[in-house]
Each structure stands twice: as C-alpha cells, then as structure tokens.
Design a protein around this ligand. Structure first.
Ligand SMILES: Cc1cc2nc3c(=O)[nH]c(=O)nc-3n(C[C@H](O)[C@H](O)[C@H](O)COP(=O)(O)OP(=O)(O)OC[C@H]3O[C@@H](n4cnc5c(N)ncnc54)[C@H](O)[C@@H]3O)c2cc1C
Length: 550
C-alpha cells in the first residue's frame, strides 16, 4: 500500500518486524480486506552479511543492525566489566542477526504456561502444531517435524572429525545421540539444525514478510520508531511514529495494534503509552493510563558461560576464519553456498540436566572447533576475533535461572537506553546451577573421545577449582543468553500484562505477541518459539474476528 502519512486507517498495525512480527504480518495480510501496516525501527535486510550465515560475527558488532543496551547493574559488586546486551534491529529483527539454531524448547515448557500460569490454549500440543505449520524440515515430516512450511530447517552440514569427537564425548557422558535435537527430551547430543535455506539465512523477513510485500493491502515502514500507542477512552485509536529525521506523526488504527517489539522494547512501548507501574511512569513524567504493575518486571533470562581449551593438534576449524583460509571459505561460499560461511557459529549441541532437582533439562551446551581470542583477564576480546591457535569452545547456557530482573524506560522518548537490572545469580538455585554446569562441561571435555587432542584449559583455567572460585569466575564472565522473556508476561492473574489471548489488560485494541509474553523460560533458543507465538497470535486474532463477523 502507498499513501501519505496519516491518511489511511489501518485494520492491523504490527510494531516490530522481528521473529514474531514477521509471521503475524504475513498471516494477517493474507485477507485482502485487511489493511495491514508493519512498522520497523531498523532498515531493510539488504546487507549480504545478513544472508551469509557466518555474517553474524560482523552483524553483532554493527550499530546499523543491532540495539546495543548498556546494562547498568554491575555483574558483580565493584566489577567494571561492561555488560552489553544486543538485539536485532531491522527487517527480521533478531532473526536477521542471530545464530540460526532452530530450537523449539520442550513440550513441557508450554504445558507449564497453560497449567501453572493459566494461559488457556497454550500447551505442548498447540505449540507443536504451530512449529509444524512453520517448518519446512529437510528431514521430512514426522510427529515432531513439519514439511512445506515457510522456514527451511537444515540439519547439521558442518561435519569434521573433531565435531564427531565432540558428539562421541556426549555419548560417553551417557547422552543419547540424535540427528534432530528437537525430536526428543532428556540428555541428548547431536549436530544443531539451523533455519538456513540453500546456504542463506531464512529469517522472519525472508520467510514471511517477503511474501506479504507483494500484497496491495500491506505496507512496511522502515527506519520508523513507534513512540507510543494513542489511547482514547480506553481504546487504542492510533500510534505515534518518529522517523529517522525526528519527524513525528500519527497513523490511525480502526482495528488493533499488536506490539512485537521484543522482550527489551515491548514493555517500553507500553510504558511510553502510559501502561505500566504508576511509580515507574511518574518518575519519567508519563501519565498513567493503565496501572499494570508487572510491565517490564519478571524478566527471566538464560545465562551463558564459556569454557575455552587449547588443542594439542590443529584439528579445529579456526584456520577457516583467518588469512587465506578465510578467503577460500568466502570464495567457496559465493561459488557453492557451502562450507564454514554457510553455517551458524556452533556445530554441536547438547541438552542435559546439570542441577535441576526434578531431572528436567536445565543446561544447553554449544561446542565449536575454535576459540575466541581472550584478553589478559580471560574475557573474550570480541565475538569477531578468533584465536589463531587451535582451540575448542564449550559454551553452557543455564536454561532455568530463577533470578528475575527488569527493563524500564528512563525517558518518554523511543530509542533511549532503558534501565536494565538483570539480578544475575541472586538465588541459591542459580548459584548452585552455575557451579554444577561448569563441572559438567569440564567432564565433557575430559571424556576419552577428546583425550588425544585436548590441551590446557584456557578459561577459566585449572586453578579455578573450588566452588567459590568457579562462582566468582562465572559471575565475572557469564553474560546474557539473549533469550529474555516475561517483561509483558501472559497469565490469568491480576498482575499479568496480557491475557491468554495476548490482549493487554485494561485497554481495548492492543495486544503483545513476542518473547516478552512468555511467562516462563524456554528449554532452548527463542527464535522458533517467538515465531510460534506469532503464528498462534494470528490464529487467535483471525478466529476472534471471524466470530465477530459471523
Ligand atoms: C546475537 C543473537 C543470537 C541469537 N541466536 C539465536 C539462535 O541461534 N537461535 C534462536 O532460536 N534464537 C537466537 N537468539 C534469540 C532470538 O533470535 C530472539 O529471542 C527472537 O528472535 C526474538 O523474537 P521477537 O519477535 O521477540 O523479537 P525481535 O526478533 O527482536 O524483534 C523485535 C523487532 O521490533 C523492532 N522494534 C523494537 N522497538 C520498536 C519500536 N519502538 N518501533 C518499531 N520497531 C521496533 C526491532 O527493531 C526488531 O526488529 C539470538 C539472539 C541474538 C540477539
């Protein structure tokens, strides 16, 4: 659709073209009677770095493609190591800059949403149906996999002897080996599957928005920030937008606004619109329209920590990322769309139980045949700098931290850095899980399958042995898993921000659909779950509207 600013009245306005927003945009614009507007803060996904999977190492440092949030709370009292959290900005959102690991979580995650949080209709079965509808899995249709959907899922293609040894080490730990880590629960190891189509990233923008863009009833505005939704007499009637030159205007909304701005931004859109904790809003001079005390609170996040090992022989893949090796891989990529550039950052994955008393999966492991360069204090220098010497990385991600944090606006303007308080490791359970996870990852590294190549432990190093020393090192070096949830929590209780139909409590014509609504953590990465939330949101909205029309 074309037209001047503010001239149309939109049936649906979707805020944010990320994982969830992309799916919604495509689904809601299928009916030509619906006028659909998708607003995205960042730009189009034109950079070749987005489409080449290994481009991630540059994208995560590119201000044009990310939101980079300064975390104000130090990791550990007195620590001056800055913590920066990132999210994708631009068409596709985080799905355009992420590691492309296709991980669905476990069905029990979603059963908990329905059972413990009162989110009627959300459970393992309904989310599995959504995943299957979205997937075009190269391993074909099964009870747990979909075929013919919009997102191409490619099983591990980057196989080499050291990666096979990593899998063998997992087997020696007693983990079940599988060719599809999403097809089972319990301790398991195998190659990661990725949302990659013929060597290109299959982001939300590519898999969904591209189709919608051909429709006359659909319009995308890029480089445009949603400052707030306009609420009149308890109903949303418009959105206030700001372009990159600072010009502001209002688009009118006849139907509804669906906020899909992600865990960091969705609560801020609500707060700038006067929906939130009255005390937080007053502090920044925003008038309260709806007192909703949990907006921006109850944030839960995975916590990641890396072990790095030197290899005694050059059996890793570090040489593919430097000098002539890199030139060769880039050439190979552009000629054949294969090789190291056509793959995500980690080859091998494992899911296992490290500390959770009920035996559920609480640790995700990522293994790769290289290490990032470390600084003097063993902190990774940058995600973009690979150590030239042979190495092996084992990343662990705590999947069930119980510490809760918050994200809140500091000003009434869109795009300003929010206040972020993670409260990392503030519970006994989380501290215990951190220590046990490091010991478990060391055990993987010590398996016979890796013995003939395994050298010195570089990070944290053999001297870090006592529980206290491990916890101290973990605190200094662990960082966000970038899988945050809960800041616009869905639930049946009074404090929940949205109900089970994703409607924002206290106002009409407004929903949230993205990772922020997830009332609990996911047992894995969050791109596929965010897309499935977008898919289910479309089901819910379209069913409601059909009922109204009937
Ligand atoms: C570096 C990185 C690596 C990751 N790796 C993986 C992985 O390998 N596998 C996996 O499954 N998950 C991964 N994740 C997590 C996953 O990508 C995200 O959790 C998921 O994409 C979030 O989806 P979303 O729809 O909630 O939000 P997003 O995809 O982040 O989308 C939000 C969109 O809203 C836009 N927006 C925000 N505010 C406004 C506003 N005011 N006005 C207009 N637009 C706005 C943003 O620019 C963005 O495009 C990774 C994340 C990161 C950051």
């Amino acid at each position: 659709m074309t037209g001047n600013r503010g001239q149309a009245t939109w049936d649906y306005v979707i805020v944010g073209a990320g994982s969830a927003g992309s799916v919604l945009a495509e689904r809601l614009s299928r009916d030509p009677r619906h006028k659909v507007l998708l607003v995205e803060a960042g730009g189009p996904d034109t950079s070749p770095l987005i489409h080449m999977p290994k481009g991630i190492v540059k994208l995560v440092q590119s201000p044009a493609h990310i939101w980079a949030y300064q975390v104000e709370q130090p990791r550990t009292p007195g620590s001056n190591i800055p913590e920066v959290w990132i999210r994708g900005k631009g068409m596709g959102g985080s799905s355009s800059i992420n590691g492309m690991i296709w991980s669905r979580g476990e069905p029990e995650d979603y059963d908990i949403w329905g059972r413990d949080h009162g989110c009627t209709g959300w459970n393992g079965e309904s989310m599995t149906a959504a995943f299957k509808a979205i997937e075009d899995h190269a391993l074909g249709q099964s009870d747990t996999r979909g075929a013919g959907g919009a997102v191409r899922i490619t099983p591990g293609t980057q196989r080499y002897p050291l990666a096979e040894s990593m899998i063998a080490a997992g087997r020696q730990m007693g983990f079940a080996e599988t060719d599809d880590l999403n097809s089972m629960v319990g301790d398991r190891v195998g190659y990661y599957s990725h949302n990659i189509r013929k060597g290109r990233r299959d982001s939300g923008a590519q898999a969904f928005v591209k189709k919608a863009k051909k429709r006359a009833n659909f319009r995308v505005m890029t480089h445009t920030l949603v400052r707030r939704v306009v609420i009149e007499q308890g109903r949303v009637t418009g959105i206030e937008l700001v372009d990159k030159d600072g010009a502001r205007w209002i688009e009118r909304v006849g139907g509804e606004v669906i906020v899909c701005a992600g865990t960091m931004e969705s609560p801020q859109v609500l707060e700038r619109s006067g929906i939130g904790d009255g005390a937080v809003l007053r502090e920044v001079g925003i008038e309260t329209a709806v007192d909703s005390p949990d907006v921006g609170n109850r944030m839960r996040e995975h916590l990641s920590y890396a072990l790095a090992f030197r290899l005694t022989r050059n059996v890793g893949i570090n040489r593919k990322f430097m000098g002539l090796g890199l030139v060769g891989e880039v050439l190979r990529y552009y000629l054949t769309r294969t090789g190291a550039m056509a793959y995500g950052p980690f080859e091998v994955g494992a899911f296992c139980n490290a500390a959770h008393p009920d035996g559920r999966t609480d640790l995700q492991v990522y293994m790769g045949g290289y290490v990032f360069a470390l600084s003097d204090d063993n902190h990774p220098v940058s995600l973009g700098v690979i150590d030239p010497k042979p190495g092996l990385s084992i990343y662990g991600q705590l999947l069930r931290p119980t510490s809760e944090g918050s994200v809140h606006v500091r000003t009434a303007e869109a795009g300003d850095n929010p206040s972020i308080i993670p409260n990392w490791l503030s519970t006994e359970y989380d501290r215990d899980a951190a220590i046990k996870s490091v010991r478990l990852m060391r055990k993987i590294a010590a398996q016979p399958a890796l013995a003939d190549v395994m050298g010195e432990e570089l990070q944290p190093g053999a001297a870090v042995e006592s529980d206290e020393a491990i916890l101290d090192n973990f605190r200094r070096n662990a960082t966000s898993g970038l899988h945050g949830t809960g800041t616009c929590r869905m639930g049946a209780d009074e404090r929940a921000v949205v109900d089970a139909s994703l409607r924002v409590r206290g106002v009409t014509g407004l929903r949230v659909a993205d990772c922020s609504v997830m009332p609990d953590l996911i047992t894995g990465n969050t791109n596929a779950p965010a897309m499935a939330v977008g898919w289910r949101a479309a089901d819910i909205i379209l069913a409601e509207n059909k009922a109204v029309a009937a």
